[in-house]
Design a protein around this ligand. Structure first.
Ligand code: AMP
Length: 112
């Protein structure tokens, strides 16, 4: 099991901010911004490049949930960034697809 599957199964703790039947969102353990949340499918898809056409609705719902999460955490007006790191050069470190939601400060562009 990936560390994120264990979080989804409540085998290791996380600060969960949003949950639906097939995905959930929790605060990142090493936040890179005042708000740093990870949105993950409960079932492991290793990375976005390995997602199937049948995952499209799930991935779209995860992305759209960013709005509700941002609203709940008070950053909907100020703005938020959604990021998916795919593979080594992108900095992927956990092989379980996750969308980073970053907010709460002005974020640099382009990212490093
Ligand atoms: P990435 O580098 O895109 O694969 O992102 C992985 C993210 O998972 C990093 O931002 C880590 O800080 C975060 N992370 C790793 N383990 C945990 C955990 N147990 N709870 C919350 N976030 C975690």
């Amino acid at each position: 099991m990936t560390i994120f599957e264990k979080i989804a199964a409540r085998q290791i703790p996380a600060s969960i901010v949003h949950e639906e039947d097939d995905f959930l969102a929790f605060h990142d353990i090493q936040p890179q911004a005042p708000v740093h949340v990870l949105i993950i499918p409960k079932r492991c898809i290793p990375r976005v490049a390995e997602a199937a056409d049948t995952d499209a609705v799930l991935l779209g719902r995860m992305m759209l949930a960013g709005r509700a999460i941002a609203e709940k955490l008070g950053v909907l007006e100020s703005g938020y960034r959604l990021v998916v790191n795919n593979g080594r050069d992108a900095g992927e470190s956990v092989p379980h697809l996750h969308i980073h939601l970053l907010a709460g400060r002005a974020l640099n562009w382009p990212p490093g």
